[in-house]
Every structure is written in C-alpha cells, then in structure tokens.
Design a protein around this ligand. Structure first.
Ligand code: AMP
Length: 354
C-alpha cells in the first residue's frame, strides 16, 4: 500500500530475491508504479484491496494508510507490520503513551482538545512548546511552535482541526534515528544510530555513524527491541529521538522503512529495504553492520546535474522519477568514504552542486 519512493526502493531491493510486487496508490505514475504494476485507486477501494488479497503478504510504505484497510486485508492474507502497530503510530498521544509505558524517555506532553485544555497544557509545560495534531502530521505539517502568548490564535486554529498534543520544546543537541528490523521468528537486528538534520521540518541530511556514545546507543537499541516485541512486530521500524544532555528522548516511531535509512543501501551489509522484505517474507535477516562513514543528502524541489555529482568519488545518485516541484523530495544522494574527513570533503563538494 503506497507507491512512493519507499515502495520503489522496496521493489528494487526485492527483485534480486525473486519477489514480485503490486502497488495500490491513488496517484497515477507514482515512483513505485514506474517499476511494478500499480492499481490507481484509493486505499479504501474494495476492488483494489481485493486484488491485494491474492498476494502472499501485504505491507505499507506510509503510516497514514487507513487502519480499516489494513484490518480488512489482515482477515484474508498476511499483513506485516501488524495493523495494530499502524494504529499506535497514527495517533501521537497513543504513540507517546505507548513509548513511555515501555520505558522510553520522551519530551513531556499533554493532550489538548480545546482552548481551555490548551491553556492548561501551556501552564504545565510552559513556552516554548510545540502543538501538534494527533493524526496526519508529517514533515513538520500540522504543528506549530508556541513561543509567546501572541502565538495562541495560530495554535487555536490548529486545535480547531482536531485533537492535538502539546509537547515541551526540546533544545536538542542533535536528532537521531534508530532503524531496527524484526523477523517472523522473532530475531531482531538494528542499524547503527543515524544522525539527522532537518530544515523547515524536512529531513536534509543523514549521517552514519552518529556522534552519540556507545552506551546510549545500546540502550536505545534495547528499548526499540522492547517496542518491537510489545507490538509483535514484523518488518522494519524506525524510532526518531532528540539527543539532549547525553539522553535520548523518543519523538515518534514510523512502522516502516525510513528516509534516514536510505544510506543503508550503500553503507550497510543489507539495506533497510531488503531487510524489511526478508522479515515479512519469512527469510533470515541480513547484516545491519555499516563498515564506514556515509551521508545522505535529500534532493528537495530540484535534481542537480548527475554528471557533476557522480564525478565526486563515493557518490550514489537516486532519482525517484517524480515531477519536480518546490518542497518535494525528488531524490537523494548517498556519499560513502573511508574516513570522516574524506566524507565531509565529499559532502561539501556535492553540496556545492545542489
Ligand atoms: P515530527 O513531525 O514530530 O517528526 O517533527 C518534525 C520536526 O520538528 C522534528 O524532526 C524536530 O526537528 C522538530 N520538533 C518536533 N517536536 C519537537 C519538540 N518537542 N521540540 C523541538 N523540536 C521538535
């Protein structure tokens, strides 16, 4: 379900394993639809869902797939990750409550549903704080930062759109993500922590390894394993964290392969895409080890000159086959190197071309 770039990279990783794909997505000519058959239909379209029932296993590449569609499919075929995990991740309040119950530290948060509860939450958490819609937010959409009283009207307009959550604003040192995978037999593997830089709510750069220390990293991997086991999860799952004062605060999780993990295609023994497919197809997991440093730069709104980029050693160019539009993720470049210094030199060379 979903035929965007994540679906496309899943298909490209699955063909060497002899897997075949069918995608459902309402947008014709989607990135995955260019490499595999695509049914252009809404996710609630019973005819399209019926076609998927003929598949051995169904998965999804984004978390806003209606849970009733996943439930319906799960009644007749295998759906991984389990629809229950999708449901938890679709509601920020349920998600953060789940994470805290499993021992994750998170930013402090309060539920908000109207003006009175918003004022109460601001009294408790203070400013700056971040108001987010509980459902359907992505890439910084559906959220606003409250810095002072004059921000309230803007925040109230957001509350009017539905239930929200107010979070303390975290002055983090860095953002990191932990991508882990759980197989059908319960075995778990996790990739090294990946460091992420966002601008305007959109991921710009991911780097491996992160600057986070090994003790904190091991704790994060253990927490994510608990989450995978709690959800009886099968497939790849990503937890995003803020790192502050040597501690990781969980922001959210994505029940799918993740933008920050694109660099695993070239930097890891087995990519997140292949490992997701191995997990849901009941195959053994592959190595998540990343032997050297690597960085991924998202291409947003425009594609740079391929020849110039590929002249820089260690570069790998990914064009998603999308129409170029401002603010749209249209591709990414992964850069590998033997040393950190070499990586930064190469990143600077590529950045100058963007
Ligand atoms: P999200 O949609 O929750 O992933 O938020 C998008 C981005 O907004 C994050 O990657 C952060 O850069 C920023 N952000 C979200 N929540 C907070 C917070 N509580 N404190 C500081 N920055 C935040």
């Amino acid at each position: 379900l979903g035929a965007g770039q994540l679906g496309r990279m899943l298909a490209l990783a699955g063909y060497p394993l002899g897997l075949k794909f069918r995608f459902v997505d309402p947008t014709a000519g989607s990135p995955a639809g260019q490499v595999a058959p695509q049914t252009v239909a809404d996710y609630s379209d019973t005819g399209a869902l019926g076609e998927l029932e003929a598949c051995d296993v169904v998965t999804f590449e984004f978390e806003n797939v209606p849970d009733y569609a996943a439930d319906r499919l799960a009644a007749t075929t295998q759906v991984f990750p389990p629809p229950a995990a999708l449901r938890v991740s679709q509601d920020r309040l349920v998600e953060k409550t789940c994470l805290t119950s499993l021992g994750f530290a998170t930013p402090r948060f309060e539920p908000v549903h109207d003006e009175a509860s918003l004022r109460q939450a601001v009294d408790r958490l203070g400013v700056p704080s971040v108001l987010k819609t509980r459902r359907f937010g992505y890439d910084g959409k559906g959220q606003c930062v409250l810095k002072q009283a004059s921000d309230l009207p803007r925040a109230l307009a957001l509350v009017g759109a539905g239930p929200c959550i107010l979070e303390e604003f975290v002055a983090f040192e860095r953002e990191v993500s932990l991508i882990a995978v759980r197989a059908r037999d319960g075995s778990v593997a996790s990739y090294p922590l990946i460091e992420n830089r966002h601008e305007g709510g959109i991921l710009r750069r991911s780097t491996v390894p992160s600057m986070t220390g090994p003790v904190v990293e091991r704790e994060a991997a253990a927490s994510v394993q608990r989450l995978l086991e709690h959800l009886d999860y099968v497939g790849v799952l990503t937890v995003e964290f803020f790192e502050v004062g040597g501690q990781l605060l969980a922001n959210e999780f994505a029940p799918r392969v993740h933008n920050s993990g694109h660099l695993t295609i070239e930097a890891a023994g087995t990519s997140q895409f292949e490992n997701h497919l191995r997990a849901i197809a009941g195959l053994p997991l592959g190595s998540t080890h990343c032997p050297g440093p690597a960085a991924m730069l998202n291409l947003i709104g425009t594609l740079p000159d391929k020849t110039a980029v590929l002249r820089v050693p260690g570069t790998h160019y990914h064009d998603y086959g999308k129409e170029v539009r401002p603010g749209r993720k249209v591709g990414h470049i992964t850069i590998t190197a033997d040393t950190h210094a070499e990586l930064e030199t190469r990143v600077a060379e590529v950045s100058a071309l963007l």
